[in-house]
Design a protein around this ligand. Structure first.
Ligand code: SF4
Ligand code: SF4
Length: 453
């Protein structure tokens, strides 16, 4: 009995290809293999009959060997996520320097940025967290600190002192710390802009799209829309550095393509959108997919015009294309709880900022140096049933844990609405990928890439 793994047949005007979900690899194939994959003969004898219809001499054993070598048949791989936790270096830390915010966004999962524990992080806690990161990053030279909140710039003083402290530690430990910040952009001033620039911060501003879409959900305590203030702050930042936009797709902003185009026109270097799972209904997701169709068409048009920078800026699709190009298999959807951790204002460790305050997912405390990977891994080690044969298994691998928890009450059960979106974008990315020329690849992924700039 021949067992077929999950694959997708692809073709352009010149060639046939197969994408193998198990390995995240694409192969060029001849018409015989295409025929076999279209018809899936169940036995070697049936396969022989299939290919024998053509007037060509074929060595069936050779063909089976080739299919096996491509991992198209038989080999199903293991169904357990084998992650050697003891060998994992923690190299990415989110510091919640505040659990308070000057805005009150409707979809905020942290209850207005407060995570049920309003306050700001002291420098003592930040220092202990940084010590923890240096110790647990072990041999990894490049480490990342993301300043997050609430609105992190409310606690600019601790951000400044933390960066100063990291600089001392970088020298002592021979490491290089990279800084990033996610801000709502409303409290930027000259000193802040200058500081972020001098320290090469990767800056992301949270903004959802056109004015009415952003204002529908991002407002201050008096419910005054924050769009103008966000954009004013973003412009000051853009004037001095590369700034990305992080948007949320809400019922008010289902027109993905319109919002992305607007934000790029307003000077953001790239735009990444994520659905607000706590607001959207099932039929909203249908509309988002319809809109993503347009977004993908625009992407293809830009590609034809060799506008690579604009393609890269459309991050939701570009990031999948890049994963396909790199051909690596993901074990889990994101590094949260494995190589990445988040620290709350009191020094408690969580897999990512979204889990802050949920004691079930507290992984330890930087003050006592207690840290348990198992809190997450014990629930994640089995690959979810629906992912086993999914076309996105190497790219997505289970979906965002927090979305799963929110929608399915279990971090390891993917929510169908997100799966539909992921599958749609992955299939579009695969179709686009096989049309890329070597020059396209060089500019999109290679040395000549204009990524981020
Ligand atoms: S979470 Fe959904 S889209 Fe992702 S691999 Fe699993 S089944 Fe596929
Ligand atoms: S669990 Fe979800 S929200 Fe948290 S880091 Fe991963 S993808 Fe992001």
């Amino acid at each position: 009995m021949i067992i077929y793994n999950t694959y997708m047949l692809l073709e352009n005007e010149k060639e046939n290809y197969v994408y193998i979900a198990e390995t995240n690899k694409i192969f060029k194939i001849n018409f015989l293999i295409k025929d076999v994959l279209l018809n899936k003969p169940a036995t070697e004898e049936e396969m022989w009959k299939r290919v024998n219809r053509y007037d060509i001499k074929v060595d069936i054993q050779e063909m089976i060997d080739k299919l096996e070598e491509m991992k198209l048949i038989y080999e199903r791989g293991d169904r357990i996520r084998k992650i050697e936790i003891e060998k994992l270096d923690i190299c990415d830390m989110t510091l919640l320097v505040t659990q308070k915010c000057n805005l009150r966004c409707e979809y905020c999962f942290g209850d207005g940025g407060e995570y049920k524990n309003i306050g700001i992080m002291s420098f003592e806690v930040a220092k202990r967290a940084i010590d923890f990161l240096y110790e647990h990053s072990r041999n990894t030279k490049d480490i990342v600190i993301l300043f997050f909140g609430g609105e992190p710039l409310i606690n600019f003083e601790v951000i400044k002192r933390s960066v100063g402290y990291c600089k001392e530690k970088d020298i002592l430990y021979n490491k290089k710390t990279h800084y990033s910040i996610t801000t709502n952009g409303t409290i930027t001033d000259d000193e802040i802009v200058q500081f972020l620039r001098e320290n090469n911060f990767l800056v992301q501003v949270s903004i959802d799209g056109i004015e009415s879409v952003t204002n529908a959900n991002r407002f201050d305590i008096h419910r005054r829309g924050a769009y103008s203030r966000i954009l004013e702050g973003a412009k000051a930042l853009q004037d001095k550095m590369v700034v990305g936009a992080r948007g949320t797709i809400t019922p008010a902003g289902l027109n993905v393509s319109e919002n992305v185009t607007h934000l790029l026109e307003e000077g953001f270097a790239y735009v990444h959108l994520a659905p607000a799972n706590n607001m959207l209904k099932e039929n909203d997701f249908e509309k988002i997919i319809e809109n993503y169709f347009l977004y993908c068409e625009e992407f293809e048009k830009l590609l034809l015009e060799h506008k690579y920078k604009e393609c890269i800026a459309r991050h939701n699709l570009y990031s999948i294309l890049r994963e396909i190009h790199e051909g690596k298999k993901r074990n889990v959807y994101c590094a949260a709880g494995f190589k990445a951790i988040s620290i709350d204002i009191d020094g408690y460790i969580y897999p990512c900022h979204r889990f802050v305050g949920d004691k079930e997912f507290c992984m330890g405390d930087v003050s006592t140096n207690v840290f348990e990977h198992d809190v997450i891994y014990n629930q994640l080690y089995k690959i979810p049933e629906k992912c086993k044969y999914c076309i996105c298994q190497s790219i997505c691998s289970g979906g965002c844990m927090h979305d799963n928890l929110l929608l399915m009450k279990n971090i390891n059960i993917p929510a169908e609405c997100n799966c539909k979106l992921q599958k749609f974008l992955t299939e579009q990315a695969l179709k686009i990928y096989i049309s890329l020329t070597d020059i396209d690849k060089k500019y999109l992924f290679g040395e000549e890439s204009c990524y981020g700039g």
